[in-house]
Write a protein that binds this ligand. Structure first.
Ligand code: CAA
Length: 390
């Protein structure tokens, strides 16, 4: 049955997230953008009312919300500010690999800490020489007795400056390409240097840093899954997290669409509000369609996960479409505002900058097209369980 009617519980979650975005995020969003500040006070409040780590299974003390629930919440928070939402939501990138591949003991240890306190965990995949091409990474992990020793540097790490834990992908068999990568849970210690906080174009309320591991020792029990199976784990993680990113893009599109609609009804040119001109109506209509279809594609990709099905194709459809739409809708919103749209005193300039990263992080729009083309032209049978709880 195809039915996206929200349950009463989902409507309440949406209301909770929307009220939070309206009261706690929107009023400070443009100031956080200006200062590139870290929204710790917002994180503390969001954690206290259950808007962080929403996917953490109940058996580990979490709220065990579905992926669809998570997308409903993420859209609202991103409507408030996608930079703040990225700070709030990036723990999911780090916790999905633990839930998918960690031992019971490690899952419990990690989950209990994140549920108890607004702690931060970062996902360290990207390197200066390995962005889209994950298997080109150079970070090394060498087994020594009951430990691994990690050396290497990761860049563009979301929340990196504030993380207590890192999920680190490293080569354990450098000759084996993507079949020689393993994933580790690494607690912050003084062998880890966090620097180069990036001065970004948009989503400036999210922190992005470089993390360097110098002879960092990790207990072998923190190896996630099997040695040399880290690449596939990373791919499965991205299948799980791209719906949430698509929801963020939808939140940006919706905010831009709403600002542009309101402005079009107020701004008078040629004796009538500009919303009376067909040129503007068509822009608004296209924005409305893109918001609507972004949300549908997002929810579809999340529901598949909730049903325990692999969603590689659908999560790339959603991420590609919602991200590209966010950029288009925000750009058109600036167009509706005319010259005022280009000025920082008006809200849509920030949205256009924020939207850009949606086409870059968690797989560029080109990588999503690559995945879509491969899944469409040469569909592969991948046996691993799809759900985080499977
Ligand atoms: N699930 C499970 N297994 C998968 C899979 C999936 N979704 N996709 C691929 N695999 C398997 C393949 O079946 C193949 O298996 P075999 O070894 O058995 O043959 C193996 O993985 C290798 O697959 P490919 O040949 O497709 O690998 P590739 O090197 O061509 O790369 C890619 C594929 C899609 C380009 C991939 O590298 C990719 O997704 N790159 C983008 C990375 C990315 O999104 N980075 C963002 C970092 S996170 C971020 O931005 C975080 C932030 O802070 C916000």
């Amino acid at each position: 049955m195809v039915d996206f009617t929200l349950t009463d519980e989902q409507k309440s979650l949406r209301e909770l997230a929307h009220d939070f975005a309206e009261r706690e995020i929107r009023p400070v969003a443009w100031e956080l953008d200006r200062t590139a500040g870290w929204p710790q006070a917002i994180l503390d409040k969001a954690h206290a009312i259950g808007l962080m780590n929403t996917h953490m299974p109940e058996e580990y003390g979490g709220s065990g919300l579905s992926y669809l629930d998570g997308c409903i919440i993420s859209e609202e928070l991103a409507w408030g500010c996608s930079g703040v939402q990225t700070s709030l939501g990036a723990n999911s990138l780090a916790s999905v690999p633990v839930i998918l591949a960690g031992s019971e003991e490690v899952k419990r240890e990690f989950a209990e800490e994140l549920v108890a306190e607004p702690k931060i965990a970062s996902f360290c995949l990207t390197e200066p020489g390995a962005g889209s091409d994950v298997s080109g990474m150079r970070t090394r992990a060498v087994r020594k007795g009951d430990k691994y020793v990690i050396n290497g540097s990761k860049c563009f790490i979301t929340n990196g400056s504030y993380a207590d834990w890192f999920i680190v992908y490293a080569k354990t068999d450098p000759e084996a390409g993507h079949r020689g990568i393993s994933a580790f849970l690494v607690r912050k210690d003084d062998t880890i240097v966090v620097d180069k906080k990036e001065d970004k174009m948009g989503q400036r309320a999210s922190n992005t840093a470089t993390i360097t591991f110098a002879e960092t020792e990790v207990d072998a029990r923190y190896l996630l899954g099997e040695e040399n199976k880290g690449f596939k784990l990373a791919m499965r993680v991205l299948d799980h997290t791209r719906p949430g990113i698509s929801a963020v893009a939808t939140g940006i599109s919706r905010a831009a669409f709403e600002f542009a609609s309101t402005y079009a009804k107020e701004r008078v040119q040629f004796g009538v509000p500009i919303a009376m001109h067909q040129a503007i109506q068509f822009l608004i209509a296209d924005m409305a369609t893109k918001v609507h279809l972004s949300r549908l594609a997002t929810w579809n990709s999340a529901v598949l996960l909730d049903q325990g099905r692999r969603n590689t194709l659908e999560s790339s459809h959603a991420k590609r479409f919602a991200a590209d739409s966010a950029m288009e809708v925000a750009t058109d919103a600036v167009q509706v505002y005319g010259g005022y749209g280009f000025i920082k005193d008006y809200p849509v300039e920030k949205l256009m900058r924020d939207a850009k990263i949606m086409q870059l992080y968690e797989g560029t729009s080109q990588i999503q097209r690559l995945v879509i083309a491969r899944e469409t032209l040469l569909p592969r049978r991948i046996e691993e369980p799809a759900t985080a709880t499977a």
